[in-house]
Design a binder for this molecule. Structure first.
Ligand SMILES: [Zn+2]
Length: 327
């Protein structure tokens, strides 16, 4: 089993400090207070946050603790805790990521990937009385295989009523990933541009349904939002890339959750890109990489029945581990 971030963090605490462990709490001398009298810093292993009893400024989640204590940046801290072979080769990890081709043609710099993009103005909940029933029906149809409970848990739909906005009468999906937020603006009508992203390529630094899907051993990567919704409704874990490419940040996010397997399943017209992406992922990630080719140009994962997808999934191809070393 691959060590989780939490396990790695606890191992680090045990090795670095004189810890006392009691129930869910691990306490030790606060390294940010600068004195040694007592165990003022307490880390809660359930909430995965820690704080100092003497100074309320000394409060961190696991990544924050490592950033402050080891004076690393976010991704270095992430790499430190996700550990494995990269603990000793942070620089080469960064170099490796910089060198990757076949990534999103345009994306944020890794250094710029802390952001919070506000939803378009006058976005109300899609379930608000003011939203036309046709729109609600459209949404329920697109997500008809998803249980109401999951629909509420994994999707946060809005509807834009701003007459001065290009988002007027569009459905807005709030995207959240590791503290970063953005949105996808979706046209529920057949004509017109299907999706608008916020300006600035923020979505290329987000993996959709990250929080929901990251705990699963197998993660499926799709192009579109509704593809992943469909597969989640069938009991799989899926994350949309919002395109055919994976960005450096998305790669780091995926690496961070250390799934047992990543399975690429792009749209039916993207077989070549699917294989390319799977091979690239295989040369980077420490997990099994597989892919699914939907042999029908007209079909996206969203359009497959559960039976059709189950069959495709059980026949997915694994990228040979031998074929790595592209870099
Ligand atoms: Zn302190």
């Amino acid at each position: 089993m691959v060590e989780t971030i939490k396990e790695s963090f606890i191992r680090f605490l045990r090795g670095e400090f004189d810890v006392r462990e009691s129930g869910r709490e691990i306490s030790f001398s606060c390294p940010f207070c600068g004195d040694d009298d007592g165990r003022h810093f307490s880390f809660n292993t359930v909430k995965k946050v820690g704080h100092c009893w003497k100074d309320s400024d000394h409060a961190f989640n696991m990544i924050g603790f490592i950033i402050a204590y080891k004076k690393l940046d976010y991704y270095e801290a992430l790499a430190f805790l996700s550990g494995r072979k990269r603990i000793s080769s942070l620089d080469s990890l960064r170099d490796k990521i910089r060198d990757i081709k076949l990534l999103a043609p345009k994306e944020l710099k890794i250094e710029d990937t802390h952001f919070s993009v506000a939803l378009p103005k006058k976005s109300v909940s899609l379930f608000d009385d003011i939203v036309p029933n046709e729109v609600k029906k459209w949404f329920l149809k697109r997500t008809d295989t998803l249980s109401p409970k999951l629909r509420k848990k994994v999707i946060d739909p809005y509807f834009c009523l701003d007459k001065n906005s290009k988002h007027l009468y569009r459905v807005i999906f709030k995207l959240e990933c590791e503290g970063n937020t953005s949105y996808l603006s979706y046209n529920p009508i057949k004509y017109g541009k299907k999706t608008y992203n916020p300006p600035g390529n923020f979505n290329s630094s987000i993996l959709g349904f990250y929080k929901f899907s990251k705990a699963f051993p197998v993660i499926i990567l799709n192009e579109g939002f509704f593809d992943s919704v469909r597969l989640i409704s069938y009991g799989y874990a899926a994350m949309p890339l919002f395109g055919k490419y994976i960005s450096k940040t998305q790669l780091l996010l995926l690496d961070d959750v250390s799934p047992f397997e990543v399975c690429v399943c792009l749209d039916g017209d993207a077989n070549k890109d699917t294989v390319k992406l799977a091979k690239k992922l295989n040369s980077f990630l420490d997990c099994r990489v597989s892919y699914i080719l939907i042999d029908n140009k007209k079909k996206d994962p969203d359009k497959l029945s559960k039976l059709e997808f189950d069959i495709l999934f059980s026949n997915r191809k694994t990228v040979s581990l031998v074929s790595s070393g592209v870099f």
